[in-house]
Ligand binder design. Sequence first.
Ligand code: ZN
Length: 356
Amino acid sequence: MRPTHLHQHRSPVACIVPPDLLRDIIRNGTEEERWAAADTMAIDTTFRTLRAAFAATVAATKVAMLPMGGQGGQPQRTIYDQKNSTAIALGTVARTEGQPAVRDAAVNEAYDGFGATYKFFWEVLGRNSTDNAGMPILGLVHYSTNYANAFWDGQGHMFFGDGDGRLFVRLTKSVDVIGHELAHGVTQYEANLVYQGQSGALNESMSDVFGSLVKQYAKNQTAKQADWLIGKDVVGPTLKPALRSMKAPGTANPYDKQPANMDKFVYTAADNGGVHINSGIPNHAFYVAATAMGGKAWEKAGRIWYDSLRDAKIRPTSGFKAFARATVRQAQMRFGDTSAEVDAVRAGWDKAKVKM
Ligand SMILES: [Zn+2]
């Protein structure tokens, strides 16, 4: 059973908007909101079915696009215009690396968001793109019609919908959402956390952590100045003010049910075992650790979390406890056994009630 299980989740379709949230809106929203949520859910399901065919279609293109050299510091971005299609092929090339801005805002936002994300990983963590070997960064915008989601397909493509205007507006508008999707690629190439249960929630949390750090780095904010919200610029009126909050999980919008600690851990079969819900727990641990350390969150806490994602003891099925232990170990190695940074990391997991 186990190898099959792992295989199923090796290349997950990892999205920013959880299916439960859509289900909840279908139950409790206004008629227009219910239609928008149902449409997005239907497209998500269809895409999961078609994904294998899509991978085969674009495989040839990807080979032709491999980077020329191994040197880092330069992203290789291509943005495709899907022209509202759900067809399983790459759309029209709208902007490639080095080309000036075009008239389409979604194309430029994806291009710039990828640039900010690449810059963060390169300048702060010395990482050269998702695979750390200069992998091209491919964005597909205007995917489907009124599609209220964005996702990493597990095969190197990031898809962005235009939103329905009520739940979400254009999904390229928040740099943390773009960072979130690209970070799914980084996680896949490192710990390859299985997108199910605790390891899945950890996978989601890594994307929120790095997505938030990309935003904080671009704005040059301290941990104290940062809003710690995810998706503030992509939510429509129904989900204002944001999709998630790392500072106060469960309070980002009327539908936000994220727990902030293990006492409130949600056991559910939905959403791959609540991956977008229980991610609130490690998200909050990071927030507490980063603010306790002070300064810029990427300088110490971000580095510790990144080192932990690459820690030899972290396996695809690792849960919160294993990851918490890795962060303490990495903080000890980098800052010393009795350092304030180690205390801050412990305080974070303590607040999230994750026992080590
Ligand atoms: Zn995600």
